[in-house]
Design a protein around this ligand. Structure first.
Ligand code: X2X
Length: 337
């Protein structure tokens, strides 16, 4: 009986839809969203994401189910970026720098030695510059970004061969960088030999000495166990990087407004918690990474910044982003070029 009624309703609904009429509200439709990321389950991003997924299931009465695919199980970042654009997955956290292959201005937060500390990062990325980048993401047509970025962190340089103490140590250094023109450009400005490699391949690239070094926040160096294949950790703090929480625009807007709000609110709240977790983790990790055998050194940012300025790096990128975006960055961090 139930089956026959459901069948009849289905036929009726299909008929109305074919006639261009609204389908009667029989059972509320459910939405399953696949969500990919490049980090191990132990990273705060995945811990807070799992909590947000549970909150969304609860608040939506089970109508929104998010399935998380962590740790590059769906492929590397460039694969997942294609997938979220076509709608094969619906949600994806991605570094703004890598997103810049589709939305050029999205790499602007990664300009070398721009942000000094989190006191400059969050007001800028939650403020006018972040809004500018999110508008550019929406203009791409296929993607939208949640309001709050998730933290990756200030990036440090690791190596199997030597510490980086002064800018000249980068000369000829074979370093893995994520796939992004800004990253390649910055390390070329230092005279290094950067290779663009997805994070999914980084551990093996270091292990087999395809490259001698890489750069990442301490939290990533720790959860991805890069200390197993790297000896030196130089605290270069050379850029701040974060993840945009991206959604496939069509899939997101296919949900009714109340469900969109539930998803946005839970993900934005989780982002704030993840930021606090990552900061705490990065602040406390030096000791445990030392205990695992890494040798640390600090650096003075001034000569690194001067080397980039001398190479024309800041002027080159200012011209690419345009005066408006560059002005919003400088409003947050002071004059760069
Ligand atoms: O690929 C990286 O190095 C990582 C994990 O930091 C990013 O997602 C940009």
């Amino acid at each position: 009986m139930i089956q026959r009624r459901a069948l009849a309703a289905g036929v009726l609904g299909g008929g109305l839809a074919a006639a261009g009429l609204a389908r009667p509200a029989l059972a509320a439709p459910r939405y399953t969203l696949k969500c990919g990321n490049n980090l191990p389950l132990t990273h705060p991003l995945n811990i807070r994401l799992a909590e947000a997924v549970a909150r969304i299931a609860h608040e939506s009465g089970g109508r929104v189910a998010i399935q998380v695919f962590p740790n590059n199980v769906l492929g590397g970042d460039t694969d997942m970026l294609s997938q979220v654009r076509t709608g094969a997955i619906q949600l994806f956290t991605l570094s703004g720098l890598i997103l810049s292959t589709v939305v050029p201005v999205a790499s602007i937060n990664g300009i070398g030695f721009a942000f000094k500390d989190y006191g400059q990062v969050w007001p800028t990325m939650d403020g006018a510059l972040g809004a500018y980048v999110r508008a550019a993401i929406a203009k791409s047509g296929t993607l939208i970004a949640m309001e709050k970025m998730w933290d990756n962190g200030f990036r440090e340089t690791t190596s199997s061969t030597k510490p980086i103490e002064v800018p000249a140590d980068f000369r000829g250094f074979k370093i893995r960088v994520p796939i992004s023109p800004l990253w390649t450009s910055m390390f070329k400005a230092f005279g290094a030999a950067p290779t663009g490699i997805n994070f999914s391949e980084v551990y093996s690239a270091l292990q087999t000495h395809v490259v001698d070094g890489q750069e990442n926040p301490l939290a990533v160096i720790s959860v991805a166990k890069l200390y197993e294949v790297q000896k030196y950790c130089s605290l270069t703090n050379h850029m701040w990087d974060g993840f945009w929480f991206l959604a496939n625009a069509r899939a997101f807007h296919a949900m009714p407004a109340d469900l969109q709000k539930i998803v946005q609110a839970a993900l934005n709240d989780a982002a704030l918690q993840e930021r606090a977790d990552v900061k705490k983790l990065n602040d406390g990790l030096q000791g445990s990474l030392k205990a695992k055998g890494m040798a640390f050194n600090s650096t003075d940012p001034a000569p690194f910044r001067a080397a980039l300025r001398q190479a024309g790096f800041y002027n080159q990128w200012k011209a690419k982003y345009g005066a408006e975006a560059w002005g919003l960055l400088e409003k947050g961090v002071g004059t760069l070029a």
